[in-house]
Design a protein around this ligand. Structure first.
Ligand SMILES: NC(=O)c1ccc[n+]([C@@H]2O[C@H](COP(=O)([O-])OP(=O)(O)OC[C@H]3O[C@@H](n4cnc5c(N)ncnc54)[C@H](OP(=O)(O)O)[C@@H]3O)[C@@H](O)[C@H]2O)c1
Length: 238
């Protein structure tokens, strides 16, 4: 087995895109610290994998938990932000609490975690911050007011952070996938079509991450957009 050279924190490593990214990082010989609200979901032991319980939408506790994490894992030199959720409907269907919750999870939690980890990442010889946005970060869509807003916010954040880090060794990248076949759609009234031309796999998104990480260290791939060949939304019945 090749020597471990880097250590990545992966939020949302228990499912879907984050899980595929964590697996990819392990296959690249890296150490992975998987973050989830419930670490019992990490069932398959891997010698280079450890886990940390963190609720990214619990903003009050987040700074202290992130400081704890930073202290316990000083070797961290990369963070992949893949935790998130989708909620869709007209604005008036959202309660005030639901709006706050979705913005906290998809945007503010990421900003706070970045804020907590950035000082130590800036002291590394190289570091990567990779965020999972969405095609919803590129264009507003019906029933997507809050989801789009959370992803637009994340995109603005990563663009500004890229500028802010432009005199350091910290690379900042955003990956914006279209519909990816994951448990993301379990609680939603729609999902991607069944044909393989109608969805991206979580592994495709992990490949985009690998491309970013394997690129010349002197360049930054600031944004990658990927979407299925055929864009089909399938509405669930019943
Ligand atoms: N699937 C798509 O079509 C698609 C397309 C574009 C962008 N995205 C984005 O990709 C990201 C991952 O989505 P996915 O498709 O992989 O969904 P998923 O399979 O449902 O995974 C979501 C992950 O986020 C974690 N998570 C949820 N709430 C959390 C919280 N409060 N604190 C910490 N972790 C939390 C979950 O872990 P726990 O439940 O264990 O906490 C889980 O690991 C999201 O940001 C989503 O917006 C998805």
């Amino acid at each position: 087995m090749s020597a471990v050279t880097r250590t990545f924190l992966v939020t949302g490593a228990s499912s879907g895109i984050g899980r595929a990214m964590a697996k990819k990082l392990l296959s690249m010989g890296f150490q992975v610290l998987g973050v989830s609200r419930d670490c019992s979901q990490f069932k398959h032991a891997h010698p280079n994998f450890s886990s940390f319980t963190l609720d990214l939408s619990a903003l009050k506790q987040l700074p202290a938990r992130a400081a704890e994490l930073s202290k316990a894992y000083p070797q961290l030199d990369g963070v992949v932000f893949a935790a998130g959720a989708g909620q869709f409907g007209s604005l008036e269907e959202f309660s005030f609490a639901q709006i706050e919750q979705l913005m906290n999870l998809n945007f503010t939690g990421n900003a706070l975690l970045t804020r907590a980890l950035l000082p130590s990442l800036k002291r590394k010889q190289k570091a990567d911050l990779i965020y999972v946005g969405s095609e919803a970060a590129l264009k507003g869509s019906r029933k997507g007011t809050i989801y789009c807003a959370s992803k637009f916010a994340l995109r603005g954040f990563t663009q500004a952070l890229r500028e802010e880090c432009a005199k350091s060794q910290v690379r900042v990248s955003l990956i914006n996938p279209g519909m990816v076949k994951t448990p993301f759609f379990d609680q939603l009234s729609f999902e991607p079509g069944d044909d393989m031309t109608q969805y991206i796999t979580a592994e495709d998104v992990a490949d985009a991450m690998q491309y970013i990480l394997s690129s010349n260290p002197n360049i930054v791939l600031d944004e990658i957009n990927l979407s299925p060949l055929n864009k089909v939304i399938k509405f669930k019945t019943g």
